[in-house]
Every structure is written in C-alpha cells, then in structure tokens.
Design a protein. Structure first.
Length: 231
C-alpha cells in the first residue's frame, strides 16, 4: 500500500522528459561541423540552418540527427553526414533560378536543402518505400518545388532535362553517361565515384566536353540498378 502511494506521488510530481532543443543543435551543427570545415556559400549555410534535419530521420534516432556522421534510415540506406550534404551543395554552385536533378532521394533531406536555394528539384529514388516516405515528409514541410518519383536514376530524368545541376548520392564505379548528357552547357554534376575507394568528382559541361575535378575521398552506398550492369 505504501509503495503504491509513493509511486502515485512520484508520478504526480515527475516532469515529462525534456525534448531536445533541435534548433540549438542545428546551430551547433552548422558552427562546428560546416563553418569550421570551410564551407563558405551563404545560401548553403542558410539552408542548413533552416531545414529541420531531425524530421528526416526515424523517430528513435532523432536525438542523434545533428551528429557529425551518417545515420541509418532503413533499407540499408543512410542520411549523409551534414558536412557532406553542405559540401556537395556548395560544389554544385546552385543558383536561385536553377532546375536541379538529385539521384538518390533517400531521406529527402538533401533535396530539401537544395530546394531552399534553387527553383525546382527533381529527385529520383530506386527504393519505392524510401521515395514514398521522403515525399510525405517533404509535402508535410510544404516543399512544393520538389518533385519525386521512384525509379532507376542511372538514366536521369529525360522528360525534365536539361538540368543546371545534377547531384548523385550513391556511388557508381563510373559516371553514367545519361547524366552527363542531361546537363545544360555550364551545368555541373557532383557525384561520388568508385567501389571501395571513392572520391567526390565534379563535372562541368563546356559545350560538348566536360571538365573534371576530383575533390575529397568519401564513402557512399553503391548505386544499384543499371549502374551494376555497367561495371
């Protein structure tokens, strides 16, 4: 009887667990993970400050949403490390009126960051369950300038091409030619390339030619579908 009364009193005066201050966590993420590593594009920094990253990860991992690393989102896929999202966005050099293609929607977070900067984002995801989940989150956050669909991103999105920029968030062994073909003159493709050893590569279209620049080593999930046939 005494224990029942004590438990009732404790429950009466106990406070519910405090929700993490996600806004403060996001500000710290930008300060210590992104600005400290040299990302300078003010539009990218502003987008990273605004987009609620925690809403793009499973609820049981939200307390880790702003950690300095990737997180599992199910289906053997991940949401990329915040710094990598910021770096790839900066390498793409997005402009306000741009039309951008993302290959590998995943959680939808990268698409949201780009959508804060450019006019329209087309995002394709080969795993339909992830595409549907991301699309639901993006719509709930009122991202009306993001169009998603389920499909193999190896072939890009011909009906919407050409694009000012293309970003790929899974690694093929070599760059898919259809993605290069769908760039506008002056447009950029940012893509991780390689098998065990991968590098971020940036391709800029100059007429019928492509200028290539290699950036940092990275580790992404492999691109599946037609990319596997092209090995």
């Amino acid at each position: 009887m005494f224990m029942d009364i004590l438990l009732a009193v404790l429950m009466l005066f106990s406070k519910p667990p405090k929700e993490p201050d996600f806004q403060e966590m996001r500000a710290d993420m930008v300060k210590y993970q992104i600005l400290a590593r040299g990302v300078k594009d003010s539009r990218v920094i502003g987008a990273m400050m605004k987009v609620p990253r925690h809403l793009f990860v499973p609820e049981d991992r939200r307390y880790r949403a702003y950690d300095d690393g990737p997180l599992s989102i199910g289906e053997r896929q991940t949401i990329s490390q915040p710094y990598i999202v910021a770096l790839m966005s900066e390498l793409l050099e997005p402009q306000a009126g741009d039309k951008v293609l993302e290959v590998g929607t995943g959680s939808g977070y990268q698409a949201a960051v780009l959508a804060e900067i450019v006019d329209t984002v087309f995002s394709i995801e080969i795993i339909c369950e992830l595409q549907e989940r991301a699309d639901s989150i993006l719509k709930s956050l009122k991202y009306d300038n993001i169009i998603t669909r389920c499909g193999d991103g190896y072939d890009g999105w011909p009906d919407a091409a050409p694009f000012d920029g293309i970003m790929v968030t899974a690694a093929p062994d070599k760059v898919p030619q259809p993605l290069l073909d769908q760039l506008k003159d002056g447009g950029k493709l940012v893509i991780p390339v390689g098998d065990y050893i991968q590098y971020l590569e940036v391709y800029t279209r100059v007429g019928d030619k492509f200028e290539k620049r290699r950036d940092i080593p990275v580790r992404f999930v492999p691109m599946t579908g037609k990319a596997e046939e092209d090995e």
